[in-house]
Ligand binder design. Structure first.
Ligand code: AMP
Length: 729
């Protein structure tokens, strides 16, 4: 062993000899570490313990610290680099990164198998792979070294996320030689493609950590959890600080090459083997299928094993194996014809419905919510689902005691599909909407013009809390930190009755409020966990520091624009979009108060129901008082509409889908809204136009089915410039 202490006697007197020996040793260590990484990640066959591996890494780190000139970018110690900067640079992909066409069931899969067979005119062989539910990545290696990593982006251009991808341990920083294929060309420049994903266990850990940190904030605000591992993976990949990405335990499965002929492989199956040999992590759950029946069997097996895997998958990708035949089949504008993504049917589970509770919303609407035994559906445990209204409860005919079928709508929001008749207990009665408000006991009325039941008491505490929470919410005044628990305490302490009272609060009042820290049960022993469930409440005071931050946030919110104030007031039927429309047409709250039903309904998007609720709102003296208090507090109750664009697109609804080159979706929507257009997230017969960017998916298909005209980005540009929709064929 030689001396690694750079300041020592030996290294100064005998620098060059030591340095040469160190260089040699560093090279040996790097090769050895790379070899063990390869055995561990690519082959899943480690031959040394984690501790021994860590020890090799430590020795290399010490050596490089002592002799910094030995550090090379591909050294395994150099995965985590410095801060990235404000934006990720845009990069152009050498070859377009396509999306995949979907087969939503086995019948659609069969249709695709038949189509490809008939196009080629002979039976085909296929490689089946799991469809990893992560985010696509393209890795460029130059002379065998990782030079660049880019996201898919629009498919033409993506974002440069090299610094973050380097931190992913199973991504080789340098390639190995392939033993079985001609790989002479790969040393120059080669682009490998695959998926970055977050294992389920890392995802759980990350969300638990976010919850813990949010509990520490002690303001009762909801933690911003990641909805699923896919979002967590793409969020983690787009961090400005690679150290954060490094802490997120991302992993990859690589499965493609921009130009597969670079490797001398003849088809996908051989390519996967090549990828493994040169050091990539290739998913082991793959199959080479010589018959269509084998393809179907693989898909069916994948459905039944999906929950046992340590990562999320959302289907199976079936690829025609031969590259020659792939070339013959070619591409559509969006996707290869030689591959199809067979998507899994939404997962459904059964559970027992224990109760239907009623929640009172901000406008007094009573919403029935189903509470059932916790079940694991599509990757997360759920125990509650909204039943929306009484009609829905009747339509689904669900009763307490029923065995219900639960699934996740769009794989995110839990939903009750129905019940299993044969398992219904004999004494299960039809559920009834309560006659009195569960919060204040006032009589409940049914709306004459909708399915809703409502508590109309102005004093109802549940409504008050909801109104206050709505006011501080992100789309309204966006007062970060004023969470439900603090609001509840403010109401209980008699400090806040309506939203104007927030503006009279002092730092002293806020700091002496009692709040509670939540302790996450996972951090405790099993017995404690058993006793307290998920969390333990630890009462605490808000304290001066948090109080002064909250105070500042409240003051800053006074600058929120008039349209947000209108939305925040929580006038029935006045959502965010309607509030914007109204603000654009009535430039002050005083003008709005004077407006007649006729003037209100002359605004495109405001119908008689909305007009009536607005008029009713201003007829209530409490509301007039509230507005005066808000005026006193200095909130924005008007806006300058003089520079407004003509409302030439009023009455038209646009749906944007896919990736646009020049605008984000929000920007494009805002530009269309300037002309009075509406933007919606889903396509229906009422949609006027669908604007399709690159990789547009199901919305475009739906538009075609419904005969909704579609526009491309060039046409969108023309509309944004002129406010007119050009003639389209
Ligand atoms: P979609 O985004 O639903 O159109 O599906 C296409 C995406 O699936 C691709 O861009 C890849 O990111 C992803 N994908 C996941 N696993 C695979 C796989 N084994 N082969 C090809 N694509 C995959």
């Amino acid at each position: 062993m030689f001396n690694t202490d750079a300041d020592s006697e030996t290294s100064t007197t005998n620098g060059s000899g030591d340095c040469a020996a160190a260089a040699q040793r560093a090279q040996i260590l790097r090769d050895e570490i790379d070899r063990h990484s390869y055995l561990y990640y690519a082959l899943d066959e480690p031959v040394i313990s984690d501790a021994a591996f860590d020890s090799l890494m430590q020795e290399l780190r010490d050596l490089e610290r002592a002799f910094p000139n030995l550090i090379v970018p591909e050294s395994p110690t150099q995965r985590v680099g410095g801060y990235i900067g404000a934006t990720f640079e845009s990069v152009e992909h050498a070859e377009k990164m396509y999306s995949l066409d979907n087969a939503m069931d086995l019948a659609e899969l069969d249709a695709w198998l038949k189509r490809t067979r008939q196009t080629i005119g002979q039976p085909l062989t296929y490689t089946c792979e799991l469809k990893i539910d992560g985010t696509s990545i393209a890795l460029t290696y130059e002379d065998g070294l990782l030079a660049r990593a880019a996201t898919r982006g629009s498919g033409i251009t993506g974002e440069d996320v090299t610094a973050n991808v380097r931190t992913i341990r199973d991504v080789p920083l340098r390639l190995r030689q392939s033993v079985s294929h001609d790989d002479a060309t790969y040393r120059e420049r080669i682009e490998i493609r695959g998926e970055v994903y977050m294992p389920k266990s890392s995802f759980d850990r990350l969300n638990a950590q976010i919850e813990m940190e949010s509990a520490k904030k002690a303001d009762g605000s909801q933690p911003r959890l990641f909805a699923n591992p896919r979002n967590a993976a793409s969020g983690s990949l787009r961090q400005k600080d690679p150290r954060i990405t490094a802490s997120r335990d991302l992993a990859t499965f690589m499965y493609a090459l921009a130009n597969p002929s670079d490797t001398g492989t003849a088809g996908q199956w051989q390519l996967l083997e090549w990828l493994r040999q040169v050091g990539f992590h290739v998913n082991p759950n793959i199959a080479y299928c010589s018959t269509e029946q084998e393809v179907r069997t693989f898909c069916e097996q994948a459905i039944s094993t999906r929950n046992d895997l340590p990562y999320d998958i959302d289907g199976v990708v079936v690829k025609v194996d031969s590259f020659a035949l792939q070339r013959q089949l070619g591409y559509t504008a969006k996707a290869p014809r030689w591959a199809i993504a067979y998507k899994f049917p939404p997962e459904e589970k059964t559970s027992v419905l224990r109760s239907i509770v009623v929640q009172v919303g901000r406008t007094g609407v009573l919403t029935p919510v189903a509470e059932f035994d916790p079940v694991l559906v599509a990757g997360s445990t759920v125990a509650r689902a909204t039943l929306h209204n009484l009609d829905e409860v009747r339509r689904k005919d669900v009763r307490v005691g029923d065995t219900v079928v639960v699934r996740k709508a769009g794989d995110v929001i839990p939903e009750i599909v129905g019940h299993i008749e044969a398992l219904r207990p004999l004494d299960a009665d039809e559920w009834q909407m309560p006659k009195k408000c569960p919060s204040c006991g006032s009589v409940v009325f049914k709306d004459f013009d909708s399915v809703a039941y409502r508590c109309v008491s102005a004093e109802c505490p549940a409504q008050r809390l909801e109104r206050l929470e709505h006011w501080v919410s992100r789309s309204a005044m966006d007062i970060d930190g004023l969470g439900p628990r603090i609001i509840e305490n403010l109401v209980e302490a008699g400090l806040v009755r309506d939203v104007a009272d927030f503006y009279a609060l002092t730092i002293e009042q806020l700091s002496s409020l009692e709040t509670g820290q939540l302790k996450y049960a996972r951090q405790m022993g099993p017995q404690r966990r058993e006793e307290i469930g998920d969390y333990e409440q630890v009462p605490e005071l808000v304290g001066d520091l948090v109080a002064s931050k909250l105070y500042d946030q409240i003051q800053v919110s006074k600058r929120q624009p008039y349209s947000r104030v209108l939305f925040g007031l929580g006038i029935r039927n006045v959502g965010k979009t309607v509030a914007e429309l109204i603000a654009n047409n009535f430039s002050s709250i005083d003008d709005l108060r004077q407006a007649s039903e006729e003037q209100l309904t002359s605004v495109e998007g405001v119908g008689p129901v909305i007009a009536r609720t607005i008029i009713e709102f201003f007829q209530t003296s409490d509301n007039i008082e509230l507005i005066e208090e808000l005026r006193q507090a200095g909130l924005q109750l008007e806006q300058d509409n003089s520079g407004r664009k003509p409302q030439t697109l009023a009455g038209l609804t646009f749906v944007l889908t896919g990736t646009l080159e020049k605008y984000s979706r929000d920007q494009a929507e805002a530009l269309l809204k300037q002309y009075g257009a509406r933007a919606s997230g889903s396509v229906s017969a009422k949609t006027s136009y669908v604007v399709a960017g690159d990789n547009a998916g199901s919305k475009l298909t739906k538009a075609r089915e419904l005969g909704v005209p579609t526009l491309d980005e060039v046409q969108l540009d023309a509309i944004i410039a002129s406010g007119e929709v050009p003639q389209i064929s």
